[in-house]
Design a protein around this ligand. Sequence first.
Ligand SMILES: [Zn+2]
Length: 133
Amino acid sequence: MKEKKENKKERKAKEKKIAKSKSIESTSTNKSNKCDDEKCPIHGKLSIRGRFFKGTVIKIFNQRVVIEFERLIYLKKYERFAKASTKLHAYLPKCMIGKINIGDIIKIGECRPLNKIVHFAVIEKIKEKKYKK
Ligand SMILES: [Zn+2]
């Protein structure tokens, strides 16, 4: 019985929190773009599992970014490492459109295949591009 009561309390608290957040959203709606994106890893249902990568944004499309990062490959014949670059396409959720620019360093995580070339989603921005004066 005690557990049930606690559960109810928790639910009520959650509902209150949701109501509060909704009220906040309704008060400051117009400028901040709402996130009703189902494929958003933070607000939506898309689950992130598997591998994570950090990389530099080199291209931005409508709902997709391309990141590039370098990795090292060992060449047995020369007993040395060679650099190779990897490009990955990642889904850009609605709440991040406009916040990510070319040159930024971002983190992406693996999700289910969203289309032929996209099976990663943008999670967060780590660093903004440094502009040299
Ligand atoms: Zn979102």
